[in-house]
Design a protein around this ligand. Structure first.
Ligand code: ATP
Ligand code: MG
Length: 144
């Protein structure tokens, strides 16, 4: 996640975002290259659906035998009606909201499947016109 944040630095600097990153060294039982796809999809969304001069906050915690990563971003938020659908493939909240033509609404569908492959969980909450928060849960150890 640290690496993805650095790799996308030019994108968030361009939008004048304030990125507040604070996660301890956490070990999770997960495929590194698949997880790097998860973090880059989530972080790319946090930039793409943010506003100018907005904020992104990343936190990590240990919760019992799990690790929880929380990524919050300011911006338009996601309407309550759309929230149950955003992990569906090809689902995008508002086609007009982003001008990018390379968006397919696949990012979160991929993220969810990768997390499920690891027996983890992902959830989202959002306050319209304020912020969106994604929470990822992964086990520290795999079950033998
Ligand atoms: P792709 O990731 O395939 O380029 P996408 O970003 O549109 O396209 P998803 O990443 O699956 O697709 O996200 C689905 C929709 O959920 C987005 O179109 C956007 O409307 C909404 N969304 C996702 N992440 C956020 C976020 N952090 N803040 C606000 N809205 C979001
Ligand atoms: Mg996306």
């Amino acid at each position: 996640l640290r690496n993805q944040i650095v790799a996308m630095q030019s994108l968030w600097i361009e939008k004048k975002l304030e990125v507040d990153f604070d996660i301890p060294e956490l070990k999770v039982f997960a495929d590194e290259s698949l997880m790097s796809q998860v973090w880059s999809n989530l972080f790319a969304n946090a930039i793409k659906y943010n506003r100018m001069n907005g904020t992104i906050t990343v936190r990590g915690f240990e919760v019992d035998d799990d690790v929880e990563i929380v990524i919050s971003n300011s911006g338009a938020g996601i309407p309550q009606n759309d929230l149950p659908h955003i992990f569906e493939r090809f689902y995008r909240v508002e086609k007009a909201r982003t001008r990018t033509t390379e968006s397919y609404g696949l990012g979160l569908a991929v993220v969810k499947r990768i997390i499920e492959l690891h027996n983890g969980g992902i959830s989202v909450t959002s306050v319209e016109r304020q912020e969106t928060v994604f929470m990822v849960r992964l086990a520290k150890q795999g079950n033998l």
